[in-house]
Structure formats: C-alpha cells, structure tokens
Ligand binder design. Structure first.
Ligand SMILES: Cc1cc2nc3c(=O)[nH]c(=O)nc-3n(C[C@H](O)[C@H](O)[C@H](O)COP(=O)(O)OP(=O)(O)OC[C@H]3O[C@@H](n4cnc5c(N)ncnc54)[C@H](O)[C@@H]3O)c2cc1C
Ligand code: SF4
Length: 325
C-alpha cells in the first residue's frame, strides 16, 4: 500500500480546509470501502482525513416532522433508531439488507452513499476501466457484466451503484447536506448520484473537497406503507441483483402516493418516475402494478448476459406493491 498521511480534524471547518489544501486527500468514514480499495491499489490517497470524531453522529427530528441524520451515524445505529423504525421502516430494512453486522457497526451514512461500484474490472488494477482510469475503455461491456446495469448506462460504463441505503433514501426524497470550500449546499439524493455518460469516473455531483455533513428526510407521507426488498444470489452478505424501495399510500382502493426506487439496475439509485406516473390515482391492483413496471422498464437496455434483471425487476415491482396494498 502506498504511504499516506493521517489527520483527525477537530471541526468540520478544519476537515474541509484540509481537504481543499491536499488535492489527493480522502475523507475517512468507517473505511470499509476506502481501505479495501487502498489495499487493492485502486485508491491511492496521500492523506486520510478521519471524520468519525466530528460532531456529525446525531440523528435528530427536524421541526417539520422529518429527520436529520449526521454523516458519521453508523449504519447499525441508524437502522435501530426508534424514529427510523417507526416512520421510515424502508430505511431500516434497506440497511439491514446490506453487508454484515460487523460492517454495519463500522460503516457510516456518508461513506455508504459514496461507496464505489463492485464492477470486477474497477477493482482490478491490471485491467482497463474508464471509471478508474478515464479513456482506457470498458471491458465489462463485452466481458463479465451479469450483475451490471440495464438502465441508464453508456458506451463508457455499465457499472451499478451498490448501496442499499441510497435506494431507500431516493424513495424517501431525502437530501444530502454538503459543506465545501465554497460553502454549504443541499442536493436531493435523486440528483446526487450520476449516470455514467461521458465521464464515469465521477460517481456523484460532489465537488472536490466537499464533505457530506448530514442527510435530511422529509416527513414520511401520511399513512404510507413501506417496503425494501432485495433480490441477490445469496440470502445474505451479497449485493443486490435488483432491489426495490417502495413507499405507497392507498386510499379507497386507489393509489394516492407512490415513490419507488430501484437498486442494482443502474449507475445511481433509479427513481421509477414512469412507474409512479402510471400508479398515481390508479386502482391499486396487480394489473396496475404490472403496467407501472412495464412503463418503467421500457427504457431498459440489457446487455448480453443480464436481461434476466429486467424480468426480475418487473416481478419484484408487482410483488412488493401487492404486498403493500
Ligand atoms: C464484504 C462487504 C459486503 C458489503 N455488502 C453491502 C451490501 O450488501 N449493501 C451495501 O449497501 N453495502 C455493502 N457493503 C458496502 C458497505 O456498506 C460500505 O463499505 C460502507 O457503507 C461504506 O461506509 P464507510 O463509512 O466505511 O465508508 P468509507 O470506506 O470510509 O468511505 C467510502 C467513500 O466515502 C468517502 N467518505 C466517507 N465519509 C465521507 C463524508 N462524510 N463526506 C465525504 N466523503 C466521505 C470516502 O472518502 C470514500 O471515498 C459491503 C462491504 C463489504 C466490505
Ligand atoms: S462498467 Fe464501468 S467500472 Fe466496470 S469496467 Fe466498465 S468503466 Fe469500469
């Protein structure tokens, strides 16, 4: 592993200043992704700025009935928080569907959102990869892509974003709070992760030196039922082939509110806006749910070996919505 410096800043301001003055620096959360990538030679930061001692470890209700989650809140703590379990069960379910107990005890909210793709070529420095080294090519497109994207991919990259938490946050209309050298800003989770387009090396819209300080959830829609379901090769300790975070409100047999976000299908959590448009004010029936899934998945462009994901996503959508009705 390449030698690196280590800094434990006392404040957010000091952390951001250090990030801005060391272009090769990386913020260190639980390290469960970053340190693995350093061992593989994929990440070679000159400086690690450990943010886990900053006062960003609180989960607090907001004045409007929502919730503000600090960036260093551990995944286990967030999953177990009484207000999350009560108002945002889809979040608890998504977190508990990810990784292992030990990893969740260490992994942070901010680090989870910024975890890198699990594309095997990205993790192997002996192979070309546009995401790791721009302009070198995308061997996954013709190679091992069974687990990779069917929606929103480009000629340059067909990777998927691996976070379960991100899909739940996208369905809940959460926002990311950022603190950077140029000040503070907020970005909706649905606009935080990017599609690969011409520059797959950029996973998100985060700017150099910006620190995630919190994630804010609006109040959960009144009377909503919520579910996160993840389909994977093993029953645990595996990334999603397809997952779905769903928030559904049904009144008098009709869909009043629906928010759906897929994981495992694209370079970002995929908010299913075409499906939501079909669901709005429609009868809450399996037929409607099948039409909604078809509307969303009409945009799918499967590769040679991953067309099965489109069918999985279709059946998952109908099953999850039927269960929530
Ligand atoms: C074996 C294994 C199985 C896993 N299975 C799953 C799974 O099924 N589902 C799933 O969702 N995840 C899974 N994970 C991934 C795991 O959830 C992530 O590694 C973890 O959430 C990352 O959080 P962290 O705090 O450890 O991040 P780190 O590794 O510390 O950081 C990750 C990235 O985020 C950046 N970063 C960290 N905090 C901040 C911040 N506050 N502001 C700006 N940048 C920041 C770092 O610089 C780095 O680039 C698995 C991991 C392993 C090792
Ligand atoms: S899919 Fe993306 S991450 Fe994987 S090899 Fe291609 S460019 Fe790299």
């Amino acid at each position: 592993m390449k030698p690196f410096g280590y800094l434990r800043p006392a404040s957010v301001t000091e952390a951001v200043r250090a990030g801005a003055s060391h272009p090769g620096a990386r913020f260190l959360g639980g390290g469960t992704n970053l340190v693995d990538l350093m061992k593989l030679g994929v990440e070679t930061p000159g400086l690690l700025i450990d943010v886990t001692r900053l006062p960003l470890d609180r989960t607090e209700p907001t004045a409007d009935g929502g919730l503000r989650v600090g960036a260093t809140v551990r995944n286990s703590d967030l999953a177990a928080h009484p207000l999350v379990r009560e108002r945002y069960p889809v979040l608890t379910q998504a977190l508990l569907a990810g990784a292992s107990g030990q990893l969740r005890n260490t992994a942070t909210t901010g680090g989870n959102l910024l975890q890198r793709t699990r594309c095997p070529y990205f993790q192997d420095v002996s192979k070309p990869c546009n995401k790791r080294v721009p302009g070198t090519g995308c061997p996954a497109r013709e190679g091992a892509h069974r687990d990779l994207a069917v929606l929103g991919h480009s000629e340059n990259c067909v990777a998927t974003h691996p976070s379960d938490l991100s899909a739940a946050l996208a369905a809940l209309d959460a926002t990311v709070e950022l603190h950077g050298p140029e000040g503070e800003r907020t970005v909706p989770v649905t606009a935080f992760h990017r599609l690969p387009e011409e520059n797959p090396d950029q996973d998100t819209v985060i700017r150099p030196g910006e620190l995630i300080t919190a994630v804010t959830l609006p109040p959960a829609p009144d009377g909503s039922a919520q579910l996160y379901r993840k389909v994977r090769d093993r029953a645990s300790y595996a990334f999603a082939l397809v997952s779905l975070a769903a928030v559904l409100t049904v009144r008098d047999g009709r869909v009043q509110h629906a928010a759906l976000a897929f994981g495992g299908l694209a370079h970002r959590p995929w908010r299913a806006t075409a499906a939501e448009a079909v669901l709005r004010d429609a009868p809450a029936t399996p037929e409607t749910y099948a039409r909604a899934a078809a509307a969303e998945l009409a945009a799918a462009r499967p590769l040679r070996d991953n067309a099965f994901k489109v069918d999985l996503a279709r059946r998952l959508t109908v099953d999850v919505l039927t269960e929530l009705t």
